[in-house]
Design a binder for this molecule. Structure first.
Ligand code: ZN
Ligand code: ZN
Length: 480
């Protein structure tokens, strides 16, 4: 049986309910042509056809599905020449299950009754795109799934209620061992970011957010923790409102390193309610350090005061060995409050060439220095002196914390709150560069490890939020 189903082509978010969100799960950049969906034993509709308790294969581009396509392995990130041969003009998706086949340009799978505890299972979903910890995960997605063909590549969207999405986000970001007040603070922050929705990173794809660190990490509902559900329900519709009346476009990052960063140094735009704050109690000596000399980054990142550091994200409040118990994905054995990383100058130059075309002609690295810093000590620009293959000396500048973290080390630096030291070879040339770093992530907004430390010390979610965000109230929103 072959069934042709006509559906409208999407180019705008087509959320059917204003309190729903559309999350991109498989993106065109993943360059996937096929995936397999397991429909649970609950009544669903594939467009208008009843379907339940079955496995379906989805293919973008009307290709025959080979046996190899059906068993895409976790490590299989390569795209075959055959995959690339999908014609740009072919905008259809083919769905096969048992003896039937549907072809449509936008296929929708929708449960007969919305149930946040069950959903469609899909394997081999990308997580951590662009980071060294990129991996492939299996997910269970509640509510509706929409599948389309974006320029020859498969696109899969999960449309679901906002509060169900938030439960998935809170579960993906942190474990059920976390104190409830920390989860509630994280929840209000994530909901505020969602409703402020200033970034529109993926508007061209017709989605509100992607499922990855680029937006907020969302990995479905299979492992929803009881405490995440409780945190979302207990803060239902609570958001951060700035004194000017706007919803706070609230960010969060893993560990600020002692001082949070100002949004203007991360995204080049100020955000009402979000400024650099010292992540420590009012009596902390970090306040003196921060105000005495804003450029004292070497002192702040590397010197003796660290032995009595009392930042909320320091070992005084959260032992580094306890962090993996609380936060989901962690690089084992690391300390994020302060860290060091070393790289050979030749490897650094190779990494720079790999990521930045300006370095194409660079032959030897002769110096590297931090040219400017934000309020948390994070480098906002880095200057690198090189000689070119024709032995000309030149200086190249890298801007933006993401670019700097990616360009300075193949492992992607934890943060740009770094000071530098160097080793030299017998001839006096730089042989190695050592990064002495503070914190993990862009550092703006709520510091997750700091908020965890505050909650372990007995602060409630309102105190935590008012510590990281300024001139704000926590109100119920009828938009939430
Ligand atoms: Zn995104
Ligand atoms: Zn912090």
């Amino acid at each position: 049986m072959r069934k042709q189903t006509n559906s409208t082509t999407h180019n705008q978010p087509t959320t059917t309910h204003t309190r729903n969100v559309r999350i991109g799960i498989i993106l065109p950049e993943d360059q996937r042509n096929t995936t397999t969906l397991h429909i649970p034993d609950h009544p669903y509709f594939l467009n208008d056809t009843p379907i339940r308790n079955t496995t379906i294969t989805v293919t973008a581009g009307n290709q025959a599905v080979s046996a190899a396509d059906q068993t895409v392995s976790a490590g299989d990130q390569t795209v075959s020449a055959e995959d690339q041969a999908v014609s740009a003009g072919d905008q259809n998706v083919t769905i096969r299950h048992s003896d039937s086949e549907h072809t449509c340009n936008r296929c929708v799978l929708r449960p007969e009754n919305s149930d946040p505890t069950t959903g469609i299972s899909i394997q081999h979903i990308q997580a951590g795109r662009g980071f060294h910890f990129a991996t492939s995960i299996d997910v269970v997605l509640p509510d509706a799934i929409e599948i389309s063909n974006e320029r020859g590549w498969l696109m899969l969207i999960n449309e679901l209620p906002r509060e169900t999405y938030l439960k998935g986000v809170i579960t993906a970001e942190m474990s059920s061992a976390c104190p409830i007040e920390f989860l509630k603070a994280q929840c209000v922050t994530a909901r505020s970011w969602m409703l402020a929705a200033s970034e529109h990173k993926h508007a061209n794809l017709g989605i509100d957010y992607c499922n990855d660190d680029c937006c907020q990490r969302y990995q479905g509902i299979e492992h929803l923790s009881e405490s995440a559900v409780k945190a979302v329900d207990q803060t239902a519709s609570l958001i951060l409102i700035h004194s000017s009346g706007c919803v706070v476009d609230a960010n969060y990052a893993k560990c600020c390193g002692g001082i949070t960063e100002s949004p203007e140094h991360v995204w080049s735009v100020p955000k009402p309610g979000q400024h650099s704050v010292v992540d420590a109690p009012p009596e902390s000596h970090i306040h003196n350090l921060a105000s005495a000399n804003p450029n004292s980054s070497t002192e702040f990142i590397r010197r003796a005061w660290l032995t009595r550091a009392d930042a909320f994200c320091s070992a005084k409040y959260v032992s580094p060995t306890d962090v993996p118990r609380y936060l989901g994905r962690i690089d084992d054995g690391q300390s994020w409050f302060r860290w060091t990383k070393e790289i050979a100058a030749t490897d650094l130059l190779a990494n720079l060439k790999h990521h930045i075309s300006d370095f194409h002609d660079a032959h030897q690295l002769t110096d590297i220095r931090i040219a400017s810093r934000g309020d948390s000590g994070r480098a906002t620009s880095v200057e690198i002196d090189v000689t070119t293959s024709s032995m000309n000396a030149t200086t190249l500048t890298i801007h933006d914390q993401y670019n700097i973290r990616q360009a300075l080390h193949p492992d992607f630096l934890f943060s740009t709150a770094i000071t530098l030291s160097r080793r030299h070879d017998a001839g006096g040339a730089i042989s190695n560069v050592i990064y002495h770093g503070a914190g993990w992530g862009h550092g703006a907004g709520l510091c997750q490890i700091g908020a965890l430390g505050m909650s372990l010390a007995g602060y409630d979610h309102e105190q935590i939020l008012k510590h990281y965000f300024t001139n704000v109230t926590i109100n119920r929103s009828d938009r939430a």
